[in-house]
Design a protein around this ligand. Structure first.
Ligand SMILES: Nc1nc2c(ncn2[C@@H]2O[C@H](COP(=O)(O)OP(=O)(O)OP(=O)(O)O)[C@@H](O)[C@H]2O)c(=O)[nH]1
Ligand SMILES: [Mg+2]
Length: 136
């Protein structure tokens, strides 16, 4: 019998980085709300995709930022729980904003919270920056 595999991939990043958009693309359905407003996703949303004998469970998380109110704190906690529970973490960074103070803070926290997991950088919104290659 063929070996089947399953793994959790958490999508994390600053609010509005495009995490929910990526989840929807990966699973090919609108399972998570996408808007132009920050802090749209308020809890972890899972979407499953199957590639051959491998099942990948993508976990969309609320954006990570410095929390001030109680609801903020709950959202940020939900995001970090998603990251800590996953087999792999994908950090989304917006190409046109680069490594912001917020991204630096996330990287610092990642070291403490998910140092035992592979972390992949995904540079998103590349359509918002000009390519040197295209312009010759
Ligand atoms: N230009 C551009 N816009 C994008 C891209 N990906 C996502 N967006 C837009 O960015 C905005 C935020 O997208 P979301 O997917 O809701 O972002 P999010 O990271 O889930 O946001 P929160 O749930 O609030 O943390 C929406 O207006 C998307 O249409 C991209 O590759 N390029
Ligand atoms: Mg979202």
């Amino acid at each position: 019998m063929a070996e089947t595999r399953c793994g959790y991939v958490a999508l994390i990043g600053e609010p509005n980085a495009g995490k929910s958009t990526l989840l929807n693309k990966m699973v090919g359905a609108k399972v998570s709300i996408v808007t132009h407003k920050v802090q749209t996703t308020r809890a972890r949303i899972r979407g499953i995709t199957i590639e051959g004998d491998t099942q990948i469970v993508f976990v969309d998380t609320p954006g990570l930022f410095r929390p001030r109110r109680n609801l903020d704190r709950a959202m940020v906690t939900a995001a970090w729980t998603g990251a800590a529970d996953a087999d792999m973490v994908v950090l989304l960074v917006e190409a046109h904003r680069g490594v912001t103070e917020g991204v630096k803070a996330i990287l610092e926290s990642l070291k403490e919270r998910v140092s035992h997991r592979p972390i992949t950088l995904a540079i998103n919104k590349i359509d918002r920056v000009k390519s040197d290659i295209d312009s010759g």
